[in-house]
Design a protein around this ligand. Structure first.
Ligand code: COI
Length: 376
């Protein structure tokens, strides 16, 4: 893997979106992107930061026909004292390699890609929005690029990283979302690619997502692909239920995405002494718990979704109104703590944060080191 990253300067920079207006999710893109290629002969090579723009691919490229792709979702946060923080980038890179392994894509050097992300974010630091709830979304992805129609893994690939200043994934970050339990279509099955972050999982979800929106819901809650009984995950997030004083979430079973926010929420809850159960949860049992008033809160977790309270759940003709359609106390505490750690307001006791140094800071640090050396 090439260790140096070249920088190709853009002739002209784009105007930035007005941060005082809602940014939405993934609608604006910054001036630069990272690009790197793979071939059997050279491995990952030619790492470069180039002006953001269209890429040229052969119409026969593997990605267009057989969807050989993996991606990640991460964010860079701006602190009040103007530092730039990343949240557990090592976890995203670890998962990216797990996705690569499943999709038969050559593995990446995780530390090198983190370095590339940091360099790109440092160059684009002016694009990191400042308003509460806003951040710079980071989307690394890899595509198969061989011009060949035989169903085989590509022998060439491209890794790209693009950046997008974002606000809340759902209209208003803490207003509870409405979820429709999908019992006709399925997202994934054990042995398939459900645990990998790959485009096909999302393509498979679109029909049901449209159906849920037509019915007036925000997202779909997926049930298992075999029995249509057990809860898996929601369209763009993992799902948690507060049942009396315990928190339950579906156990990772091969068809559920192992979310970085999911893992962090479990660790935080355990750190607070809350009992967390990762288990097989049937939708029938959940609705029974709700009937007995034991279902106190429901929330989704994800990089894009952060902590997203769920206010309504519909399954066949049954509807549950959770926590009176409002944000529960635990969901709010998790949101405040997680975003507090991410934007540097809360001490990072669990060592999840990595700082991005800009050139200015690096320069200052070098000078500081020189000064120290002279003093010594
Ligand atoms: C993320 O949370 O980063 C995701 O990748 C969800 C996305 C599909 C919007």
């Amino acid at each position: 893997m090439g260790q140096s990253i070249t920088f190709h300067k853009a002739d002209k920079l784009k105007p930035k979106p007005d941060g005082s207006k809602p940014l939405g999710f993934g609608k604006f893109f910054t001036d630069y992107m990272f690009e790197m290629d793979y071939s059997m002969e050279e491995g990952w090579h030619d790492a470069r930061i180039v002006p953001y723009g269209p890429i040229s691919l052969d119409p026969a490229a593997t990605i267009f026909h057989y969807g050989q792709e993996v991606f990640e979702g991460m964010k860079a946060y701006r602190t009040e004292d103007k530092r730039i923080l990343l949240f557990r980038p090592d976890k995203n890179m670890e998962r990216m390699n797990q996705s690569c392994a499943r999709l038969n894509i050559p593995e990446i050097d995780e530390q090198f890609v983190i370095k590339a992300i940091k360099q790109l974010v440092a160059i684009e630091e002016k694009w990191i929005p400042n308003e509460p709830g806003q951040s710079l979304y980071i989307r690394p992805f890899i595509i198969g690029t061989d011009p060949a129609l035989g169903v085989h893994p590509s022998s060439t690939y491209k890794l790209l990283i693009i950046l997008s200043p974002v606000g809340s994934y759902f209209g208003d970050s803490m207003s509870p979302v409405k979820i429709y339990v999908e019992d006709e279509y399925v997202r994934a099955v054990k042995g398939g690619v459900g645990y990998a972050k790959t485009s096909g999982n999302y393509a498979a979800s679109l029909k049901a997502q449209t159906k849920s929106e037509e019915l007036g819901f925000d997202q779909v809650l997926w049930l298992d692909g075999v029995e249509h009984k057990y809860i898996e995950e929601v369209g763009s997030m993992n799902i948690f239920f507060k049942i009396d004083d315990e928190v339950w979430t579906p156990a990772l079973n091969g068809s559920i995405l192992p979310g970085v926010t999911r893992a962090s929420v479990i660790e935080l809850l355990q750190h607070w002494g809350v009992t967390v159960k990762e288990k097989k949860i049937s939708v029938n049992k959940l609705f029974k718990k709700a009937e007995k008033q034991q279902l106190k809160e429901v929330f989704g977790t994800g990089t894009a979704a952060v902590i997203s309270p769920v206010g309504f759940l519909k399954w066949n003709d049954k509807v549950i109104k959770v926590a009176n359609g409002k944000t529960g106390k635990l969901s709010q505490k998790l949101y405040d703590t997680l975003t507090g750690i991410q934007n540097g307001k809360i001490k990072d006791e669990l060592h999840w944060i990595q700082e991005v140094k800009t050139d200015k800071q690096e320069g200052a640090k070098e000078k500081e080191e020189e000064k120290t050396a002279t003093v010594e």
